[in-house]
Design a protein around this ligand. Structure first.
Ligand code: SAH
Length: 248
């Protein structure tokens, strides 16, 4: 082939590649814009109009990219008004419940918060938008590893993930200004009460697996827990090793 023809062929190939690359970039930008729009719609219609009023919580929910915390095949459903499966029989809570738990935790910047039940890492990311000291415990190794990698990739360096039994809390970094438990348990694990600061908030769904459960906000007053708010809910159970039976 003549050098001139070879050059024209090469230029055409290059132009084709560049067109494809810019189409892909445009598509990715368009997708990001669509998710951002869905997120703002979720904040307004599922949260604000239903009574979530803390502007910091609304802003946090408007920032954390929920589509990155659900399995790729379910990303288009990320902003629906429902929980979604995240693998291993576990679920990421409905956006309203994540927002309500965050609001009930009453976090100020600089507060130290513990979450039990990392799951996908989404609730931890929302907490990470509210304070720079977030500790989260997941009992399943695969979920803990994936959530840690996901949070790291998204830049949530203020969130620390540990694979352990959350029933025991995280003594080395206690006490906490707030503790959020995202799995249901019949009674408050005693070590969680111990690891809560005086005046601290514990947000926890209480009840047996498969039975009606109640999410409560408890405040530690003079060493004892005092109930401040409640809501009927349905959560997966908090389990205990080594057999992963629902916690008693
Ligand atoms: N907060 C999560 C969803 C929680 S689902 C999110 O935003 O995606 C409840 C999680 O609690 C599950 O991942 C489950 O594996 C975990 N879990 C159950 N028992 C636990 C225990 N004893 N300690 C820590 N995590 C536990």
């Amino acid at each position: 082939m003549k050098p001139a023809l070879r050059l024209i062929g090469f230029m055409c190939l290059l132009a084709g590649c560049l067109a494809l690359a810019s189409a892909t970039t445009a598509f990715a930008t368009h997708r990001l814009a669509l998710y951002a729009e869905a997120r703002q719609y979720m904040v307004e219609y599922q949260l604000h109009r239903r009574g979530i009023s803390d502007p910091r919580v609304l802003a946090a929910m408007g920032k954390a990219p929920r589509e990155c915390f659900v399995p790729p095949g379910l990303a288009s459903l990320a902003y629906g008004d429902h929980p979604l499966p995240i693998g291993a029989g576990q679920t990421i809570s409905q956006p309203y419940i994540v927002a309500l738990m965050s609001e009930w935790a009453q976090l100020k910047p600089g507060d130290k918060v513990l979450e039990i039940g990392t799951g996908s890492g989404y609730q931890a990311a929302v907490l990470g938008e509210l304070t720079d000291k977030v500790y989260t415990i997941e009992i399943r190794e695969d979920l803990a590893r994936e959530a840690a990698a996901r949070l790291d990739k998204l830049g949530y360096s203020q969130v620390h993930v540990k694979c352990a039994d959350g029933y025991l809390g995280w003594e080395e970094v206690a006490p906490f200004d707030a503790i959020i438990v995202t799995a249901a348990v019949p009674r408050v694990p005693p070590l969680l009460t111990e690891q809560l600061k005086e005046g601290g908030r514990l947000v926890i769904p209480l009840g047996h697996h498969g039975c009606p459960q109640t999410m409560v906000r408890l405040r530690k007053v003079e060493g004892r827990l005092k109930e401040e708010a409640r809501l009927p809910v349905r959560f997966v159970p908090l389990v205990r090793p080594p057999v992963l039976e629902p916690a008693e």
